[in-house]
Ligand binder design. Structure first.
Ligand SMILES: N[C@@H](CCC(=O)N[C@@H](CS)C(=O)NCC(=O)O)C(=O)O
Length: 207
């Protein structure tokens, strides 16, 4: 069944899905839309909720990045059988997205003064609030969220990298996060994908 992932030509909500697809060796078409010239009215109109990412498998479509990431991670050992571990992962992924909400609020703010104020709060307070907790969680579980790699580590690494497209996080302050980013980005499949993709260019996004 032909698989396609539609997303922007950048990191953020689509990249963990790309990482999982590459790690699990699934063939898919990586359809990229230009973020800087978005919205493309025709494409936007065609999306079920007007937003990306959108995953397509044959005639079926799925939106919502977390639902897609979890779906493409099935049958790969990235989703634990244990219900409690699944619940911990779900909780973690919502914590990660709670952090990301702050970044998005900053990205979408048009007023220069308000944007600068949001940037200051995120860089000086929000990042540390969330990342000190992520660090503790990782430290208590052997560097992962449930003691081994799962679909949520891919989401975490993607969101951490995406945050750095828009803001600066000093990841060196968070050694378990830093190690995890290195681990995930060097996994077979992911490593080759990143090498072929090259770095994302950030200057237009960092304001
Ligand atoms: N809850 C959705 C949010 C999707 C979302 O916010 N997509 C953004 C890009 S990260 C988007 O499509 N923005 C363009 C638009 O809204 O027109 C998900 O997790 O997939």
């Amino acid at each position: 069944m032909a698989k396609k992932l539609h997303y922007f030509n950048l990191n953020a909500l689509g990249e963990p899905i790309r990482y999982i697809l590459h790690y699990t060796k699934q063939e898919f078409e990586d359809v990229r839309h230009d973020f800087l010239t978005w919205p493309d009215p025709e494409v936007k109109k065609s999306l079920p909720y007007g937003q990306l990412p959108l995953y397509v498998e044959g005639r079926k479509t799925l939106n919502q990045s977390l639902a897609i990431a979890k779906y493409v991670a099935r049958d790969s050992g990235l989703i634990p059988a244990d219900a409690w571990q699944q619940a911990i992962l779900d909780s973690t992924v919502f914590n990660i997205y709670d952090f990301w909400k702050n970044v998005i609020q900053f990205v979408q703010e048009k007023d220069t003064a308000k944007k600068a104020a949001l940037k200051k709060v995120i860089e000086e307070e929000t990042v540390d609030f969330f990342f000190s907790r992520f660090e503790k969680h990782l430290a208590e579980n052997g560097g992962f969220f449930i003691g081994k790699v799962s679909w949520v580590e891919f989401v975490f690494v993607g969101i951490t990298e995406a945050t750095n497209l828009f803001l600066e996080i000093d990841i060196g302050k968070y050694p378990n996060t830093k190690k995890l980013v290195e681990k995930i980005t060097h996994l077979p499949g992911v490593k080759e994908y990143i090498a072929s993709r090259g770095p994302y260019k950030t200057p237009q996004l960092r304001k």
